[in-house]
Design a protein around this ligand. Structure first.
Ligand SMILES: Nc1nc2c(c(=O)[nH]1)N[C@H]1C(S)=C(S)[C@@H](COP(=O)(O)O)O[C@H]1N2
Ligand SMILES: [Mo]
Length: 453
């Protein structure tokens, strides 16, 4: 199938899917979307039934089980509980669940050890001093509530951390060796926070909502300021389906939060509790675990009424990471020279350049800017002038990424390709980003080195 034809097919499928609502038909849509990916070398992705939410694979002895359940043969191994997408192989608009990155701070919790993960037992408390009444919501209650679907990227704050080492010589940045594949796009089905707020009754002084799991690890939860939630309460929600199927164990089954456009940490998996208060909450994931800490960032102001859970005021050193910034990548593996470590199954050895044949080539990529949406993508080769790339359909709005491409007549030798996204407000992806200790949210223009042979 020609690329043009492929794009048209895919656009049609997405449009159909958007019309038909969350019935069984959606599965057909994602099967077909995967089949289109297969035409460009993606293995069949939806073969075999998915296991029930939270269920262990048949016969797995609890002691011997792996930290993650997903078959990870098509993922990059970043650490025991962390897998990146192989972004250089991405072709599809929707990321199949099997190719979607997993970022766990602890092993995926299993229903055998954590009975609350069984949909029969699951319930979530919504409480706090800024709601009129506390409620418990069961899984059955949840799936009967009016739901919405949204197609949105999810990106880990740590995505692109290797750029601090590779492109900015900031070797003091510490953290896992994410290259550029801690991002994916899925369709999330959820009950909106506006609906939940309607059930509990929000008081006017509600200041912060703390979304808590505590199932995989005792410190797993993260707050969001109410002002950020109330600017788009229909877009954030309590999610139980991803790409038309029940959430899988690794992605938070049976229920997770989804905050489109914010770094993945906001989207707490294995969600069990929401506490809405008239003061701020401080936990590991909005302080020393996930924040912009460095000379260019100011520590947030804390108040005496704030709640500290597992952290102290001294841990509040920089602003929490929220919106993911404009970013663009091409589907070429980044050359890793200076990174402290290289994932064992990375397709390039240290310092090795990816090879491409001389002649006419179509370079493809992805760009996203969830706060305002992508308007243009530009590219340049060997420091030449910036030119506009073609944006493929579909382009479904601010929360979705776009795929783009541009032709290149590749000549023998080493080359550098750069791309930059421009959002609807005219903001341009930056050349560099300020140092931050934890290596959060590096969206500097990437220099992709390629050896043409
Ligand atoms: N309970 C819990 N929720 C969590 C995490 C976690 O370790 N535990 N990791 C967070 C981080 S850092 C990211 S990037 C996203 C990743 O979601 P995914 O694994 O479904 O891709 O989940 C977030 N939610
Ligand atoms: Mo993350």
């Amino acid at each position: 199938m020609s690329i043009k034809k492929q794009q048209q097919e895919e656009t049609k499928l997405v449009q159909e899917a958007l019309k038909i609502g969350p019935q069984a038909d959606r599965r057909r849509f994602f099967v077909s979307a995967a089949a289109i990916g297969a035409a460009t070398a993606v293995a069949p992705l939806f073969a075999g039934a998915q296991s029930a939410p939270g269920a262990a694979p048949a016969g797995a002895a609890p002691a011997a089980r792996k930290a993650l359940l997903k078959n990870d043969s098509r993922l990059l191994n970043i650490g025991a509980t962390v897998r990146s997408g192989n972004y250089w192989d991405f072709t599809t608009y929707m990321t199949p669940v099997e190719e979607f990155y997993v970022r766990n701070h602890y092993p995926t919790p299993m229903v055998e050890q954590k009975p609350i993960l069984d949909p029969k037992n699951w319930k979530m408390k919504v409480h706090g001093n800024a709601v009129d009444r506390s409620i418990d919501i069961t899984y059955d209650d949840l799936i009967k509530m009016p739901s919405r679907t949204i197609i949105a990227t999810m990106e880990c704050h740590g995505n692109g951390r290797s750029l601090f080492w590779e492109q900015q010589d900031q070797m003091k940045v510490a953290g896992g060796n994410w290259v550029l594949g801690a991002v994916g796009q899925a369709e999330w089905q959820y009950v909106s926070l506006s609906h939940i707020f309607g059930l509990v009754g929000l008081k006017k002084d509600a200041k912060s909502a703390l979304f808590w799991s505590g199932v995989d690890g005792s410190d797993m939860g993260r707050p969001m300021p109410m002002s950020d939630i109330l600017s788009r309460p229909n877009d954030i929600g309590i999610c139980y389906k991803m790409n038309g199927n029940d959430l899988t164990a690794d992605h938070g089954a049976p229920v997770r939060l989804v905050v489109p456009g914010w770094g993945g940490t906001a989207s707490i998996k294995w969600l069990t509790d929401i506490k809405i208060d008239n003061f701020n909450h401080w936990v590991r994931l909005n302080t020393r675990g996930e924040a912009y800490i460095g000379p260019d960032y100011q520590a947030p102001v804390i108040a005496s009424t704030d709640e500290f859970i597992g952290v102290t005021p001294e841990d509040v050193k920089g602003p929490m990471v929220a919106w993911m910034p404009i970013k663009s990548i091409i589907t070429v593996p980044l050359v890793l020279e200076k990174s402290p470590s290289i994932p064992a199954n990375y397709p390039l050895k240290r310092g090795e350049l990816p090879k491409l044949n001389a002649g006419p080539q179509l370079i493809k990529g992805y760009a996203w800017a969830p706060q305002y949406g992508i308007r243009h993508v530009e590219y340049r080769i060997d420091n030449g002038s910036w030119q506009r790339a073609a944006i493929m359909q579909p382009n479904l709005g601010r929360y979705t990424w776009v795929r783009f491409d541009f032709p290149w007549n590749a000549t023998a030798g080493n080359h550098v390709i750069e791309t930059r996204g421009i959002d609807m407000r005219g903001n341009i992806q930056p050349e560099t980003v300020p140092f931050n200790q934890l290596g959060m949210a590096n969206n500097a223009i990437v220099k992709f080195k390629i050896q043409v042979v």
